[in-house]
Design a protein around this ligand. Structure first.
Ligand code: FMN
Length: 155
């Protein structure tokens, strides 16, 4: 077996994350950043674990300016059956991965709705999921119930 094939077989980890660059709020000041906080953490996890990366991206991204973005995200969260924003792309399958690191920012005490779009598209049975999230001060648990499975990320 070639070294490349060996690598393919053992590469069964994936870091899936949602993250937004542009304007964010940092301890009292607004600042534009080129790479979002969760993406930075996702990159670190991928480096340490050797996992592949997949970024969840909305077809219609939230605004670059922070105040508009938080209003848009709240509207999606509070929409009657909650919004499920369409994604730019989705992996064909997660069959090749048994361990998934799932990262997202805390949006109004929940996950961004686009993360639900992603989660609801796959069967999570038999997968080990390591949820992680970033926030701007509101630590705690974010609990998400998937079909038959509860995900709880604790800071
Ligand atoms: C729409 C929106 C809602 C947010 N809601 C919360 C919140 O409820 N609690 C909190 O601690 N931080 C909240 N934040 C801050 C983000 O969780 C924090 O800045 C996070 O690190 C952003 O990750 P990102 O840079 O990967 O997008 C919110 C930020 C946005 C844009």
């Amino acid at each position: 077996m070639s070294a490349m094939n060996e690598k393919k077989i053992t590469m069964a980890k994936l870091v899936v994350f949602y993250s937004r660059a542009d304007e964010n709020y940092f301890g009292g000041a607004y600042r534009y950043i080129p790479v979002g906080n969760t993406e930075k953490v996702a990159n670190m996890i991928a480096e340490v674990t050797g996992a592949e990366l997949f970024k969840i991206e909305q077809q219609v991204p939230y605004a670059a300016d922070y105040d508009t973005c938080i209003k848009q995200a709240k509207k999606d969260l509070q929409a009657k059956a909650q919004a499920r924003p369409a994604l730019v792309s989705m992996p064909d399958s997660l069959d090749g991965y048994d361990e998934i690191y799932l990262g997202y920012p805390n949006y109004w005490g929940d996950m961004p709705m686009a993360v639900y779009t992603f989660l609801e598209n796959f069967d999570w049975n038999g997968k080990t999921i390591h949820p992680f999230y970033t926030h701007c001060g509101q630590k705690g648990n974010i609990k998400t119930t998937l079909v038959g499975k509860t995900l709880e990320s604790t800071y």
